[in-house]
Ligand binder design. Structure first.
Ligand SMILES: Nc1ncnc2c1ncn2[C@@H]1O[C@H](COP(=O)(O)OP(=O)(O)O)[C@@H](O)[C@H]1O
Ligand SMILES: Nc1ccn([C@@H]2O[C@H](COP(=O)(O)O)[C@@H](O)[C@H]2O)c(=O)n1
Length: 269
């Protein structure tokens, strides 16, 4: 059996509640429709999995609305980068699952082993393109564009219905931290995107172009045994883990060469 090709890394950035996760799901669904014969493996990782754990003092600050979870320093970008590198190099990694509602990690992790190395790896989050090392690792960069009113209204609905947060708390946090951080750290990274997606998952033209490109990549990366059953789609979302399946065709390879990363450091165990 020939060695499996390393995963194709996609970065998906955009403001809060812009539709990043929904775009990821849509890409996966549409890819599955194009590929009917072979199991493919797509792994979506949220940058939320790399929030720095909060100390009891920091949790108290958060309760007082004095801790900024939208600032680049809130994430362990080095750990996120190393995790991506290790997945790309076929190493076993543990990805912690973050619970937004409780501002903490659930204690559960998703294990990605060499056998489960994905064909396509997606990292999504507000600041995915802020960190140069992560940004430069991405072979395809997508920025989900959505107006601020829509994002805020989605955020209010989500925080109230899913996380039982109070309206005044949500709005003051938004004004104090979320909006300024979007303007200072997220929006300026839009320029790095290969594709800017207005209207998110509803933008079928953009989604279809992206999916076609990925399908070409999948069909040109057939250096694994064709009948090899690769584990199903794995999705790590902000606060949940779900598994579903996705198929891909192994038929006529268009032999296209997707953009290739260079200088990926090899990280031994
Ligand atoms: N194109 C869209 N039209 C309408 N609602 C959407 C659209 N994209 C996402 N949503 C909804 O907005 C909310 C936030 O979307 P999500 O994909 O979770 O955003 P993000 O991952 O950027 O935080 C969800 O309730 C989702 O169903
Ligand atoms: N426990 C937490 C941690 C972060 N947030 C907010 O999530 C936003 C980013 O996630 P998106 O899915 O909206 O991109 C960011 O604005 C954080 O303030 C949270 O609500 N709870």
């Amino acid at each position: 059996m020939l060695k499996k090709k390393e995963p194709f890394l996609i970065g998906v950035a955009g403001g809060i509640s812009s539709g990043k996760s929904t775009v990821c799901k849509k890409i996966i669904e549409e890819l599955a429709k194009l590929n009917s014969q072979y199991q493919k493996h797509v792994l979506v990782i949220s940058l939320d999995s790399f929030y720095k754990p909060l100390s009891p003092e920091e949790l108290l600050k958060l309760e007082r609305g004095e801790l900024n979870l939208d600032h680049p320093s809130a994430f362990d970008d080095e750990l996120a980068y190393e995790t991506l590198i290790n997945i790309i190099n076929g190493k076993t990694v543990q990805i912690p699952l973050y619970e937004k509602k409780r501002y903490t990690f659930s204690g559960e992790t998703l294990t990605v082993t060499a056998e489960k190395t994905p064909d396509i790896l997606i990292i999504e989050g507000i600041l995915v393109f802020y960190y140069p090392k992560i940004r430069e690792l991405c072979q395809m960069k997508l920025f989900v564009d959505c107006d601020a009113d829509t994002r805020l209204s989605r955020r209010v609905l989500r925080d109230m219905s899913e996380y039982n947060r109070h309206l005044d708390q949500i709005l003051s946090y938004y004004q104090k931290y979320v909006k300024p951080a979007f303007e200072e750290f997220c929006l300026p990274t839009k320029k790095y995107a290969d594709v800017i997606i207005p209207r998110g998952a509803e933008n079928t033209v953009a989604i279809n172009l992206i999916v076609q490109h990925l399908n070409d990549y999948l069909n040109s990366s057939r250096n694994e045994s064709p009948k090899q059953e690769i584990n199903n789609l794995l999705t790590v979302s902000m606060n949940s883990q779900s598994t579903s399946s996705m198929n891909s065709s192994n038929s006529s390879s268009p032999n296209k060469t997707p953009s290739k990363r260079t200088d990926i450091p090899y990280r031994p165990h």
